[in-house]
Design a protein around this ligand. Structure first.
Ligand code: B12
Length: 357
C-alpha cells in the first residue's frame, strides 16, 4: 500500500481543479444497501426503476475491474452566484436549480477524471481505472463520508465544511493499492430541521428520509408523467430541480463561488428560462440543440413544457393565455393536461377582485 502515491494522486487531483479529494476502500456498503432496499420497498423512488436493480448493476460494475480495491473520491464545488443581468420579465421566469445552470457536470467532470486516469496509468502501467459520476450504482454520498468529506444531512445530501452542500461527487475505481483516508469526525445536524420545514412539498417525510415522488427535483426532471394536481401550486416557478432544502441548510453559510468556469451561469442556461419562449421550441431536435451540453437535456421537450405550463399557471398572468391556448391545440396529451390546468388557474386568478392576497 503506497502512502506516497496516494498523496501524489490527491495533489494531482487538486491541481487539476478538484476541490475535494480522498481515498477509501472500494467495497460494498451493506448499511446503505439495506437503506436503499427499505426505501424502494416503500415505493419512495417513484419511477426511477433503475434503483431497484442495484445488486445486478453493482455486480456488473465490480466485474469491470475484478481486483479493484481502492476508490478515489472527488468533490467539485458548483455554487455560483455570478450571472448576467436578468432580461426576462419576472412573471415569465422559470427557475433552474443551481446544479443545472452551467454546463452538464457529467461531461465536464468525466473529462477531468480521464486526466486523472491517464496520470494513474502513467504512474503504474498495470493500473486499471473506471471513472464514475452520478450514474453508476454507487452510494456516492456514503463513500464521500468514508473518504472524510463530511456527513449526510437530514436532507440526505452530503455536507462539507468547506463548501456546504453545493458539491458534486465523482469517483475513480482502481486496482492500485492506495492508502485510505480516515473518515472525517462524525458530524450531525443535531436538532436542526430547517430543511424539512423548508421543503415546499414536504418530500422530506422524516430526517434522512425522502419520498422522491414529492420532491420537486424528481417531479420536474425524472418523472415522465402527469404531475399530481395537489403538488402543482407548490412547485411555483421551479421548472428544473429545486434547492430549497439546501438553501435552508445552515451549512450553506460555507458556500463560496466555484472555481470551475464551466459551472458559472453564463456558460449554460443560467438561473431562469423564459417560459413563453419555451413554447416556441417546436421539435425535440430543436430542444436538444438549444440545451445541448447542459443538464436540461435530461428532461424531454414535453416534460419541460409540462413544467413551464405549471409555472405559468402559478404566475396566473393573463398575458400568457394566447401562448397556452396555442399549446392546447398543438401539443400532445401530457402537455395539454398541464396547459388546461394552467388556463384554469389564470382564469380563477383573474376573476378574483383586485387587492392584496
Ligand atoms: C436518485 C438520485 C436523486 C433522486 C432521489 C434523491 C435521494 N435523496 O436519494 C432525486 C431525483 C430526488 C434527486 C434529487 C437531487 N439530487 Co440527486 N442523486 C440521485 C442518485 C443518482 C442516487 C441516490 C440514491 O442512491 N438514493 C437512494 C437512497 C437510498 O439514498 P438515501 O435514502 O438518501 O440514503 C443515503 C443518505 O441519505 C444516507 N442516509 C440514509 N439514511 C440515513 C440515516 C442516518 C442516521 C444517516 C446519518 C445517513 C442516512 O445514506 C444513504 C446512502 O448514501 C445520486 C448519485 C449516486 N449515484 O449516488 C444523485 C445525487 C445524490 N444527487 C445530487 C444532487 C446535487 C441532487 C439535487 C441537489 C439536485 C437539485 N438541486 O435538484 C437534488 C437534492 C434533493 C435531495 N434533498 O436529495 C448529488 C448530491 C451531492 C451531495 N452533496 O450530496 C448526487 C450525489 C449526484 C452527484 N454525483 O453529485 N437525486
Amino acid at each position: 500500500m503506497s502512502a506516497e502515491l496516494s498523496a501524489e494522486i490527491k495533489r494531482f487531483a487538486k491541481d487539476a481543479g478538484f476541490d475535494l479529494a480522498g481515498i477509501t476502500p472500494f467495497r460494498p456498503l451493506k448499511e446503505a444497501e439495506g437503506r436503499l432496499k427499505r426505501w424502494t420497498a416503500k415505493g419512495y423512488h417513484g419511477g426511477m426503476r433503475y434503483l431497484e436493480n442495484f445488486d445486478s448493476r453493482w455486480e456488473r460494475l465490480r466485474a469491470k475491474i475484478p481486483d479493484a480495491g481502492s476508490m478515489i473520491v472527488l468533490g467539485v464545488n458548483y455554487f455560483s452566484e455570478t450571472g448576467r443581468p436578468e432580461r426576462i420579465k419576472s412573471s415569465l421566469r422559470g427557475k433552474i436549480a443551481k446544479y443545472a445552470r452551467g454546463r452538464d457536470y457529467h461531461e465536464v467532470i468525466r473529462e477531468k477524471l480521464k486526466g486523472l486516469e491517464k496520470f494513474l496509468k502513467g504512474k503504474d502501467s498495470r493500473a486499471q481505472c473506471f471513472v464514475c459520476v452520478d450514474t453508476e450504482p454507487l452510494f456516492e454520498r456514503a463513500y464521500a463520508e468514508e473518504a472524510g468529506f463530511g456527513f449526510c444531512g437530514k436532507h440526505t445530501n452530503l455536507l462539507t465544511k468547506r463548501f456546504g452542500p453545493w458539491v458534486f461527487l465523482a469517483e475513480v475505481i482502481t486496482n492500485l493499492d492506495l492508502y485510505p483516508d480516515p473518515a472525517g469526525p462524525a458530524g450531525s445536524c443535531g436538532r436542526c430541521r430547517k430543511c424539512l420545514d423548508a421543503c415546499p412539498t414536504k418530500a422530506l417525510t422524516a430526517p434522512y428520509q425522502m419520498d422522491a415522488r414529492r420532491c420537486i427535483a424528481y417531479l420536474t426532471i425524472e418523472h415522465k408523467g402527469v404531475i399530481p394536481e395537489e403538488l402543482r401550486p407548490l412547485i411555483k416557478d421551479r421548472v428544473f430541480g429545486c434547492d430549497e432544502c439546501l438553501k435552508a441548510c445552515p451549512f450553506s453559510k460555507f458556500a463560496k463561488e466555484t472555481s470551475w468556469p464551466e459551472f458559472e451561469s453564463q456558460k449554460g442556461s443560467g438561473p431562469f428560462l423564459d417560459l413563453r419562449s419555451l413554447f416556441e421550441i417546436k421539435s425535440n431536435r430543436a430542444y436538444e440543440r438549444k440545451f445541448r451540453g447542459t443538464p436540461l437535456v435530461r428532461a424531454s421537450r414535453k416534460m419541460m413544457l409540462r413544467n413551464a405550463a405549471i409555472a405559468l399557471g402559478n404566475f396566473g398572468s393573463a398575458e400568457t393565455v394566447p401562448t397556452l391556448r396555442q399549446a392546447l391545440e398543438r401539443e400532445d396529451a401530457l402537455v395539454k393536461i398541464h396547459v388546461a390546468w394552467a388556463l384554469n388557474q389564470i382564469k380563477a386568478r383573474n376573476k378574483r377582485p383586485a387587492g392584496p392576497e
